[in-house]
Write a protein that binds this ligand. Sequence first.
Ligand code: FAD
Ligand code: MLT
Ligand code: ZN
Length: 468
Amino acid sequence: MLTGRKLAYASSFRPINIGDSLIWALEEAVGVGDVLTDPEVTVGYGTPWAAADGVVPRAVVRPGDADEAAAVLRACAARGARVVLQGGNTGMVRGGVPASAGEVVLSTARMNAIGEIDRESLQVVVGAGTTLEELQARLEPEGLELPLDLGARSQATLGGMAATNAGGARAFRHGTMRRHVAGVEAVLADGTVVERLGGVMKDSTGYDWPSVLVGSEGTLALITRLRLRLRRIERSRAAALVPVDSLAQGLALAVALRDRPAGLEAAEFVLPGTLRLVCDELDLRPPFDARILVLLESRAAAGAYELLVEALGEHPEAEDAVLAEGADAVGLWRYREGTGEALARHQLVKLDVALPLARLADGVAAIERSAREPAPSLRPFLFGHLLDGNVHVNLGDVPDDRHEAVERAVLETVLAHGGSIGAEHGIGRAKVAWLPADRSPADIATMRALKHALDPTGLLSPGVLFKC
Ligand code: FAD
Ligand code: MLT
Ligand code: ZN
């Protein structure tokens, strides 16, 4: 006997391949409209950010909540269909896109509800598919914000940012995503739903799911909802573009401002080659020539501009700085945030590394030197988050057969300087081969044991973090 829903389904009857019981089961779980199989549509979900081409997944399924997601994962588990979890698909290490046409993409796009703001604890529960921009727009009229920002704010989801432990420009001041997640609801590969969203400020009742799942890159569970810690917005904003002659000089300036009440909220750097590319590609007037750009931003309840002027006034090396406040301050960010757009037009070796601050300047110089050894004619485009020691290494004109050698040269240099091969973008599939260079065999074996315990058949995010 067909039920009401199936009746509706019948009215829009269309031939389906009965053999593909998976598609049938997925439609049962979420409804016909949220199972996509048209390759012209699904290829978009199979294509990494800024990539020319991608993989057409077996299907894209969009559950609306944890229960629907649980039904989807059970249906996939029953048929051995591997599942790639996808939020905004702005990830940089190919963790949220399929590697083969047999995989199903589970998109969190429909899980974008924003709950009531808990003003006492300054927290809010949101759907994992909510974008950063949507959340900030909801919070702004309340004088609140999530103190994290990244250039992909209009597309990156809070679930994806939790899964990658995203950082961004304000992480040195407020921490990475890990610090902002107070609770999660998640679905395991077998459809089990775990949830700790209560929001009690003290909770020592066994394993803390945010600690386990933040940074797990979709390998342990699907995050469906998050409880996030918020803060009051400081509405006064000012920024400065400061040309410096060395990264060491730029770092010293940023450290000086960080350690004094200047309300420093961001300290970014862009090396000359990258600044030239951004200005050429985006048709911007270069703020200055052949010098390193340091972008500093201050925020305060009031008087951020005066705070910044006073702080920079004590640093003769900053005398050529260009300052702006309010909306004009946002304009100065174009030189930094334009990197994403400008670099997306080029084929690049992309690496995201972190160095101890005390070794940042030497480390960056060594990275540029070592990268050139296997590929002397490459073009380096470096920039990043200064006070995190987070360097985004983008290398152009690298001959295809030199890619691996160049990656090895850079990552070995980073490790030799006490750094990390994965600062904020994660490992995904792109860096799996390098993980053993940075994490010990015991570390990796323990991570594998945790993965096996929660996902014994390897259903979720195959090939992410670990070789299959
Ligand atoms: P996706 O790309 O969809 O997925 C990323 C990973 O998370 C995948 O492994 C996926 O399987 C997993 N995942 C996604 N959703 C879930 C979920 N609900 N449950 C479990 N696993 C899930 N990153 C920074 O850290 N700092 C920056 O400053 C920054 N700037 C950027 C600027 C630009 C222009 C772009 C394009 C990207 C930038 N990124 C930055 C990278 C990216 O935005 C982040 O990695 C972000 O966290 C990815 O979120 P997403 O929703 O797009 O995730
Ligand atoms: C950024 O800080 O702009 C990003 O993390 C993105 C990138 O590396 O391109
Ligand atoms: Zn970054």
